[in-house]
Design a protein. Sequence first.
Length: 196
Amino acid sequence: MNSTGQTRKEEIIKTAAKLFKEKGYSAVTMRDLAKAVNIRAASLYNHIDSKQDILKSIIISLAEEFTRGMETIKNSEDVTINKLRAIVALHVNITIHNTYGMASLNNDWMHLEDQLDHYLSLRKNYEQDFVEIIKSGIEAQEIRDSNPEIIMFSILTTLRSLYLWIPKKEDLKGQELAKNLGDVLINGINPKSTKA
């Protein structure tokens, strides 16, 4: 373990995620990674099997974290507006703690090879659950009767790009960001819209 309590493997994965964000997955070599973590390239293989395994570790662990969060939100007895706010908070919290990993999740998922189908299945289920929450909100007249797919796409597009914006805002506090973002994404910017 190093001074921050990470194992060498965790340090390698974290460093790789940063390099993938900066240079792109395809451009990063094992030599680049070894240099960044200050070990010989051959020694990397004592901790990891391949660059592909690192990518899988980053993306699949985040996708599964989102899946677990969505499962909890979907199964809660809360009203739809609060479920949508919880989804916003889920994205904010995961992104704040994994900005580099979120870059890989958004930009490098197509390189997953043998885990691609698993990832796409997780993503599809997540989006279906999101749409189902929206549909139930429309049926309960908690949210405006509009196309659920467009509502989901609009909210999710913003949430998926948070990794680009958050690092530029050093003074951001997660709860405050989640609340403010939820206000804009769910209530809109119309001053006459009703607040939840």
